[in-house]
Design a protein around this ligand. Structure first.
Ligand code: NMX
Ligand code: MLT
Length: 442
């Protein structure tokens, strides 16, 4: 990766480590949260018990990367020549260091990642051994694991590197992995859907990471490139508690190398309550159209379809959230993109209508704590508009982006020496005794 980023990081993480040590020594025993029985049984919602530096989600305003909102990121981060969306290279720099990079620094990252864009032959062969209709997320996970043979962290650990060198090895692995992720994603796409007719990375080595991904997927328009930049920028991170980030962090805490840890995160992302929701949204939306004979349904028809979904015991994909209690700002960024580039798109009309009807219905049903749309409610229609119609592939794009956030955190984990994660579990019997004690204690 960029050498100036590495030396900046070395200084920054040394300072961060000192801050953490001072905090621990002065306030190590200060309580920051209480845990209720409902939280222990209910997916640990809102228990403040882990630290992630890269970003934070506020229920009322959504994600901030190092304190910056999505609109601020769109306004302040470096852009590609002629582009108006932030470069994900800048997002990664920001997540890792907390600084907004200069255009030259973002370009340094483009160069560093693009220098690593070859996929080892054995990885291609491993993927080619799978049936072509293997789900793309399964292929992504297998592809990442297959690349583990190149792990610098694993090799240096075996050679006896000291703990102080862990972050350095992690950093080098991440540079390789992030360079390869778009190539891996494009390889999966072209083998699954385009008869294995692969497209080599662009010969224009200054072409940014997302535009090169668009090129390798087979979509060359300037608008699609812009969409990829936006998509990669906004899906990158969502603090540490979401399934993909938490799984990556947990597995990494055993000093598993980043390939093993990222694959774990990607396996979590492939769940329909997490990243896979983006493919489910499109499938659901197309189901509405098919059932109603095509075209844009009426508001009444759409309302009836939403109720049918709920009454048959399914969730409305793309709506609700574990933390957010407002419309996801990432959804709003996608909506703004749609208004600018595809205002008359038929699927976009339906997505807009859903925004009108679903929150009201979920509120009336009274179960979901958050009736508003999340990022996955909008991304599919943008991709379909440009001809990327293979819904099962969508979560792979989410994964390429999410790799930036979770791997930035993994570097930081190793830099500050985060220990093995090992919370205490209890049994229901313990819980019953515990509440009985609380009840009888005056
Ligand atoms: N449609 C129907 N029911 C819902 C929905 C929804 N969109 N969202 C929540 N509920 C239900 C939920 O299933 C639960 O029901 P039950 O008590 O029968 O188990 C009840 O409302 C309470 O759930 P919440 O506490 O509001 O939500 P939770 O934090 O457990 O789950 C999600 C959050 C995101 C898993 C949930 O809202 C959901 O399943 N949404 C649809 C899937 C989706 O869009 N996932 C993508 C999330 C974003 N991402 O990229 O990861
Ligand atoms: C995410 O981007 O990870 C999702 O919105 C899920 C979450 O934050 O729990």
């Amino acid at each position: 990766m960029s050498s100036s980023l590495k030396s900046l990081l070395s200084t920054k993480t040394a300072a961060l480590k000192k801050e953490i040590e001072a905090l621990l020594s002065a306030h190590g025993n200060t309580a920051i949260a209480d845990v209720t029985v409902s939280q222990a049984y209910g997916g640990m919602r809102d228990i403040k018990c882990m630290v992630t530096e890269t970003s934070s989600v506020d229920p009322q305003e959504g994600i901030r990367y190092r304190g910056m909102t999505i609109p601020e990121i769109q306004a302040k981060l470096p852009k590609a020549p002629g582009g108006s969306q932030p470069l994900p290279e800048g997002v990664f720099w920001l997540l890792l260091t907390g600084d907004v990079p200069t255009p030259a620094q973002a370009a340094e990252l483009t160069q560093a990642w693009r220098a690593n864009e070859s996929l080892p032959e054995h990885v291609r062969r491993t993927l080619d051994a799978l049936p072509a209709d293997t789900h793309p997320m399964t292929q992504l996970s297998i592809g990442i694991i297959a690349m583990q043979t190149d792990s610098i962290f694993a090799r240096r650990y075996r050679e006896g590197m000291p703990k102080s060198a862990h972050w350095d090895a992690m950093y080098d692995d991440v540079a390789l992995l992030l360079g390869r992720m778009p190539v891996l994603a494009a390889y999966i796409y072209r083998r699954s859907y385009k008869g294995g007719k692969h497209i080599a990375p662009s010969e224009d080595k200054a072409l940014d990471w997302s535009a090169n991904l668009a090129h390798m997927l087979g979509f060359a328009s300037d608008e699609f490139r812009e969409l990829m930049r936006l998509y990669m920028a906004i899906h990158a991170d969502h603090e540490g508690g979401n399934v993909s980030a938490h799984a990556t962090h947990l597995v990494g805490s055993a000093l598993a190398d980043p390939y093993l840890a990222l694959a774990a995160g990607m396996n979590g992302l492939a769940g329909p309550l997490h990243g896979l929701a983006n493919q489910e949204v499109m499938r659901w939306l197309v189901g509405v159209k098919q059932k109603l004979g095509g075209g844009v349904p009426t508001r009444d028809q759409l309302q009836a379809f939403v109720w049918d979904t709920l009454n048959s015991g399914q969730v409305v994909p793309g709506y609700g959230h574990g933390v957010l209690r407002v419309t996801d700002p990432r959804y709003l960024a996608e909506r703004e993109f749609a208004m600018r580039y595809l205002p008359d798109d038929e699927n976009f009309q339906i997505v807009k209508m859903l925004y009108d009807v679903v929150p009201e219905i979920l509120t009336k049903q009274g179960k979901a704590k958050d009736p508003w749309p999340n990022v996955d409610a909008h991304s599919g229609v943008l991709l379909v508009h440009y001809g990327l119609n293979e819904y099962d592939f969508y979560t792979v794009l989410f994964g390429v982006s999410r790799a930036m956030g979770v791997l930035a955190s993994l570097i930081l984990d190793r830099a500050v020496g985060s220990p093995l994660e090992r919370p205490k579990s209890v049994t229901t019997d313990w819980m019953k005794k515990r509440v009985a004690t609380v009840l009888t204690t005056p």
